[in-house]
Design a protein around this ligand. Structure first.
Ligand code: COI
Length: 365
């Protein structure tokens, strides 16, 4: 068993079952955490070592730890799903492991092996299995959200890659990311703020990208929108992505368009899965640049019938309108967001084991 690499220090203060069950009945998103966390340490001299699962709790960091000053940090998001027979599965964790290594390279952090990455999830779940919610109905999308992250922990204020790094996994029971479930969300178009520029860190899953999106997120909330859509930094013309989700456009003729991957766009695991499932659903996926003008004109003419956002946390969520400083682009021709709902149902059925896993996308935890 590879997870034997992880020494287990069980919590002596594990949450009592009735309290845990209350939390699992209404977990929200990112508010509650399980009893344990996984940890692996890296030093320049010794490499990765000290694989451990120990009680969940605060980290002890020196105030001069590099991550607190220069944001040398990356993370991932993965969900664990409970199937009807009680077993627990992760969806394509090897894709997250691969992206984590890509992010690490960009942030000058050490690469964690895919085996260590996947085994850290297994080792944590071996302790906190009971924290994976059992969805009451097929419509309910409860899961255990796993958050692996890596930080530069060396006590040093010089600006260079840290010689000491810590990798952790924490886990949080989760319901739908958006309060309205799959009700269409309103998106704010940031005309001023940019998320990423060529040569920067846009393709990496690092905290800095999310920090950079927050001023625009405040604008969005002031305009009654729940997310921000970002345009490219060079021409202020091309749709890139939301603060933490990829975007798809459904055309009346069956095309499904999403911005092609560049170094300013995060390669979403859900995005990649949607491209595959779309073909199986008889759609024609296209990865290419799509401009704000094309969105505006397509919505007005009815050629674009739906827009949806996707990500691990959000699954697939329809976009009802794009609010800009000048106008509001509504999607009136789409009827009931039928394509988004169909793809979402297909994806969730795979994740919850209600449909045969013909792609080999599930890993038992
Ligand atoms: C995820 O979908 O896992 C993310 O990291 C995005 C964030 C909005 C929660």
């Amino acid at each position: 068993m590879p997870t034997q690499r992880f020494t287990v220090l069980p919590s002596s203060e594990a949450t009592a079952a009735p309290i845990r069950d209350d939390i699992l009945a209404n977990p929200g998103f990112g508010r509650y955490f399980t009893d344990h966390m996984a940890h692996v340490r890296w030093t320049l001299d010794a490499g990765w070592h000290g694989h451990e699962v120990h009680p969940y709790g605060p980290l002890t960091l020196d105030p001069a730890a590099a991550v607190l000053h220069y944001a040398q940090e990356i993370f991932e998001g993965i969900k664990a799903y409970r199937h009807d027979d009680g077993s627990v599965w992760a969806f394509r964790p090897e894709k997250n492991a691969e992206r984590f290594r890509r992010s690490a390279r960009r942030l000058a952090l050490p690469e964690l092996s895919d085996d260590d990455f996947v085994d850290s999830l297994k080792a944590l779940l071996a302790q906190d299995h009971a924290w994976v919610p059992t969805p009451a109905t097929a419509a309910e999308e409860s899961s255990l959200y796993l958050r692996p992250f890596m930080i530069a922990s060396e006590t040093f204020l010089g600006v260079r890659p840290s010689h000491e790094v810590d990798y952790y996994v924490i886990a949080s029971p989760a319901a739908a990311y958006f309060k309205g479930g799959i009700a269409p969300v309103s998106i704010w178009l940031s005309s001023h703020y940019k998320r990423a520029a060529a040569g920067g860190t846009g393709f990496a899953k690092c905290g800095g990208n999310y920090a950079a999106s927050l001023a625009a997120q405040k604008e969005a909330e002031a305009n009654d929108c729940s997310q921000v859509a970002f345009l490219d930094a060079a021409e202020n013309k091309w749709i890139e992505e939301l603060g933490g989700m990829n975007l798809f456009f459904v055309y009346r003729d069956g095309r499904l368009v999403t911005p092609q991957l560049t170094d300013t766009i995060l390669e979403g695991v859900t995005r990649d899965s949607v491209l595959t499932l779309a073909r199986e659903e008889g759609l024609t996926p296209e990865e290419r640049p799509i401009s704000l003008d094309e969105w505006r004109e397509g919505a007005a003419s009815g050629d674009i019938t739906e827009v949806f956002a996707c990500g691990t946390a959000a699954v697939i969520t329809p976009v009802g309108e794009l609010v800009t400083e000048d106008d509001t682009i509504r999607l009136d021709a789409g009827g009931d967001n039928e394509v988004a709902k169909r793809l979402r149902g297909h994806l969730l059925d795979l994740q919850y084991g209600r449909r045969e896993d013909t792609h080999g996308w599930l890993t038992r935890l």
